[in-house]
Design a protein around this ligand. Sequence first.
Ligand code: EPU
Length: 340
Amino acid sequence: MIRVQENTSLKPYNTFGIDVKTKYFCEIRSDDELQELIATDLFKNEKKLILGGGSNVLFTRNFDGLLILNSIQGIEIVEETEEKITLKASSGERWHSLVMNCVKHNWGGIENLSLIPGTVGAAPMQNIGAYGVEVSEVITKVEAIELTTGEIKMFTREECKFGYRESIFKNTAKEKYFISSVTLTLCKKNYHINISYGAISDILKQMNVSQPTIQSVSEAVIKIRTEKLPDTTTLGNAGSFFKNPEIGEKLFEKIKSEYPVIPHYTAANQQVKVPAGWLIEQCGWKGKKFDRIGVHATQALVLVNYGDANGEEIFQLAMKIIQSVREKFSITLTPEVNIF
Ligand code: EPU
């Protein structure tokens, strides 16, 4: 049975801890409840916004519509062979709980994505990635419900049009679907342990691990994330605020001649990817605190709400950062978080 609340604060539902209100609020715990909601006049008439863990959003104003909180739980095995296992995870499951479940069973593929905040449903939306792995590598299917008709639609991996922190759900399918489940195929045997990301091998050395396992890689990732990234449960933030920009070789060479140590990675189409955190740090923002907001001290890519800041203040800080990076490096950063 669904219950629609009015004039509800979203503070508990976004990791930035921004206190905005939504005109209508409804928590959905099953596919049936979603269908029940879809059949209401309220659903037909109001503007809609779906929220999972609220860990990748910045609210700058009240929401004048129906906010749907996705709490659909459940993980089931849909196929299993000696080598592989295919799981269907409901979209309201916590992403990290799914990872921990897989690590415990020794199913390989998502251990590098340990401790990423948010829900399973948000994972394909922005193709979450960390430490050399992107979720698009293991997703085989995404089941979504079309918001206007209530019909179920299956997206194959190709149809999801995954890119770096991108998918069809952030582009042409934006706000058209409610992702209800994600199907992933993981390895039970011959899994590929990915320790290509320098920081993981350093931590594993410190942990005296010479033969990395799914469990030790997960532990290493948890250690790095805990040290570098602020805990969303104690300090308001939404992880990386900006995407790492890709720039042309010419501009890269120009910057490199002045900053020979600039970290960088080769990207497609002769582009070079540079860490936005490094660029922001060079502009002097790292660790800066302005009253109740700031730039995190150990990772300049993370903007922080130290108290009761509003979203507009954080948005203005983001704009100033974009401007200063543009002035110094001729690079325009784009936000990774969804701004409402
Ligand atoms: N760096 C700095 N100063 C900083 C931050 C980073 O100089 O303040 C340098 C680091 O020294 C390193 C490089 O930038 O040489 C990369 O830094 P880091 O390993 O921390 O990763 P990142 O590129 O800043 C990305 C993701 C993170 C993900 C990590 C690890 C994006 C936008 N962010 O950050 O994802 O955890 O790689 O794979 O791609 C997120 O999306 O919310 C997120 C946290």
